[in-house]
Ligand binder design. Structure first.
Ligand code: SF4
Length: 399
């Protein structure tokens, strides 16, 4: 297989790994003999915070795996085309594409070939060639494989801007159902701890992230968000990604001949709701328990988590738009940070009395109306909001 064919196979295989745009200052010295800007970095066809579209080479070192995780297309029992890059080959390929201005960074992940350390060693070697031989100073995101040794994490952290470990499932029991060879604490949390140490030392300026496969193990949203919250608070996680499970037979011809995993495709809107809840916890300081309707359950099917939080705390509403503190404004469904700041500015000049004015400011009036007072006047009734249904998970079957 030539390099181009490998890129087609291993690039396609990397589509299940999620990474995202980020803008960082690595502090890595640049000069006339170096190439690559460290400021703009991100996901393929995503956007930097300043709105610029950026692209990464997202690729696997190899799709040959010794493990047999049931949800994964690369599992050893799957009968399909395998391929691997050598570090030199991949580094050259990337740098050629970079010089032609096709790319602005690399996201390198992999299956586990002979062992985690063997494959991780190759990934690190690729990054070393880029940094030292080609003097590339741009963005590198290295995926740490399950059970990677701490000394390799340390080496990776000296080269990469971001590292990540895919947690896949929120609890040890859930993980066992889909990846019986992986030990939640030893194989996944231990590398996360090792990466955290490197972040604390000032390396990996873009921090560490993780990814969950949503729906593969029958987990609830509450379980996913509890673990996510724990990772933010205790492990210094920068961001969690949620990837709705797609059975391999929907994505590749390969699985048609392989043992079919017994799990069903997860709906994309479930992924969307998890991102909404995650965002509210990180940037709006919402508590997890406010975002779900019942304990041990899932996010609402038909109402977004902010609306759920408002309904659960209905005694705090309606709030007067003309006097509410900024943080209270943010709690109103239909009012985001931009609209809240504009309200704050405008009301210093005059009192807000008209829904149209709120609309022009950027408030989603239809959502906000039941929760606000405008100059003392109610604008709607909370009781008019229809109670929500629970998200019904697709059937989960263990073989
Ligand atoms: S170790 Fe990773 S690549 Fe290998 S089967 Fe499991 S999830 Fe897939």
């Amino acid at each position: 297989m030539d390099t181009e064919q490998k890129l087609a196979v291993l690039g396609a295989a990397a589509k299940y790994d999620i990474c995202a745009s980020t803008s960082i200052k690595s502090g890595r010295p640049t000069g006339r003999d170096t190439i690559g800007s460290h400021a703009p970095a991100g996901i393929c066809h995503s956007y930097t915070p300043d709105g610029r579209c950026v692209s990464l080479l997202k690729v696997l070192m190899t799709n040959s795996c010794r493990n047999d995780c049931q949800y994964c297309v690369n599992r050893v029992s799957n009968d399909f085309e395998r391929s691997s890059f050598e570090p030199e080959e991949l580094a050259r390929l990337f740098i050629e594409l970079y010089r032609r201005n096709y790319l602005e960074g690399i996201f390198l992940s992999s299956a586990v070939q002979k062992s985690a350390d063997h494959t991780m060693g190759k990934m690190i070697q690729t990054a070393e060639i880029l940094r030292h031989r080609f003097k590339y100073r741009g963005y590198i995101h290295l995926k740490a494989l399950p059970h990677t040794s701490p000394h390799l994490i340390e080496r990776g952290a000296q080269l990469a801007d971001r590292m990540s470990v895919n947690l896949e499932s929120p609890t040890p029991d859930r993980l066992k159902l889909i990846a019986s060879e992986k030990n939640f604490m030893l194989d996944l949390i231990a590398p996360i701890d090792a990466i955290q140490k490197q972040v604390q030392k000032g390396l990996l300026k873009a921090g560490q992230t993780t990814q969950f496969v949503v729906g593969a193990a029958g987990e609830t949203d509450l379980e996913l968000l509890k673990t996510t919250n724990w990772l933010y608070q205790k492990k210094g996680l920068k961001r969690a990604y949620f990837s709705a499970y797609i059975p391999p037979d929907l994505t590749t011809r390969a699985s048609k001949s392989a043992n079919q995993p017994p799990y069903h495709r997860a709906p994309l809107w479930r992924e969307h709701r998890l991102y909404q809840a995650d965002w509210l916890m990180r940037f709006y300081e919402f508590r997890l328990e406010d975002l779900v309707l019942q304990q041990d359950s899932n996010l609402s099917l038909d109402l977004d988590p902010k609306m759920v939080a408002a309904l659960k705390n209905r005694e705090q509403f309606p709030v007067e738009i003309n006097t509410a503190p900024y943080k209270t404004l943010l709690r109103i469904p239909g009012v985001g940070p931009t609209a809240a700041k504009r309200i704050w500015r405008v009301r210093r000049e005059h009192r807000l009395t008209d829904l149209n004015e709120l609309k022009n400011i950027g408030v989603v009036v239809k959502r906000a109306k039941p929760f606000i007072l405008l100059n003392g006047r109610k604008q709607g009734e909370i009781s008019s909001i229809v109670p929500t249904k629970q998200l019904e998970l697709f059937p989960f079957v263990v073989s």
